[in-house]
Design a protein around this ligand. Structure first.
Ligand SMILES: Nc1ncnc2c1ncn2[C@@H]1O[C@H](COP(=O)(O)OP(=O)(O)OP(=O)(O)O)[C@@H](O)[C@H]1O
Length: 224
């Protein structure tokens, strides 16, 4: 049997602010199977971004265990976590975080070059992804020359460029108008499903959540 792509057991995280301790995550258990697309819902401040940072191995300070593809991340040194993140994950945020001095195609090519993909293959994949997102006429535009929806489509292409086993998305369409958000989200889901990646998607949007395979809700520090 395949290992789950993500396995969280008893995940905890507390913050200390002005002498006051807040227990944001109080023992989160979650398994995500290969190819499964999971919506993470919860009120503002419930810890969705904190949980994505834990799964993305972006921050320390967590209690409990985090395994990615069967590998216990808490046992890895920092460069091992970086390698796991680079080889298995793609990230999308509410704001695109594209590199402003590079055009759309280059933004999708770069993570592939970092992973050792040859330039010609990286270009071919970038063009193919951007074309399937309706951006074949925007390959040489820089982020500032793109609309919000176009920028977010480039961010989707970049996150999927290395065919990650796991896509982590934090409000990926949260800064778009409703019609554009729905459209970009459908394109995102179809690409993620098409390449068989698993995904964990934090959102406030119940309608988008209902389009995913499963919904989990953070409430008072645990998943209900
Ligand atoms: N570095 C930090 N220091 C102190 N408190 C923090 C820190 N990061 C997050 N928090 C607190 O942890 C709680 C959860 O924050 P988080 O951003 O994970 O929530 P969220 O569910 O993603 O919220 P939103 O939906 O509004 O984005 C909040 O109360 C926040 O103030």
């Amino acid at each position: 049997m395949n290992n789950p792509v993500v396995k969280l057991a008893g995940l905890t995280r507390s913050f200390e602010q002005g002498g006051v301790r807040i227990d944001v995550l109080r023992g989160v258990d979650l398994e995500i199977q290969p190819g499964e697309i999971v919506a993470l819902l919860g009120p503002s401040g419930s810890g969705k971004s904190t949980m994505l940072q834990a799964v993305g191995l972006l921050e320390g300070g967590f209690g409990g265990s985090i395994a990615i593809g069967g590998v216990d991340a808490s046992q890895l040194p920092s460069d091992g976590r970086t390698e796991l993140r680079r080889s298995k994950m793609g990230f999308i945020y509410q704001f695109h975080h594209l590199l402003p001095d590079f055009n759309a195609q280059e933004n999708v090519v770069l993570p592939q070059l970092v992973s050792g993909v040859a330039r010609a293959d990286a270009d071919e994949r970038a063009i193919s992804l951007l074309t399937s997102l309706g951006l074949s006429h925007r390959l040489t535009h820089r982020p500032s020359q793109l609309s919000g929806g176009e920028q977010q489509r480039v961010a989707v292409a970049r996150a999927l460029a290395n065919e990650p086993q796991l896509v982590l998305a934090d409000e990926p369409t949260g800064n778009l108008d409703e019609a554009t958000a729905d459209k970009v989200f459908e394109e995102f889901l179809s690409l993620v499903r098409g390449q068989g990646s698993a995904a964990l998607v934090a959102t406030h949007n119940e309608r988008l959540a209902a389009r995913m395979d499963r919904v989990v809700r953070l409430h008072e520090g645990v998943l209900g």
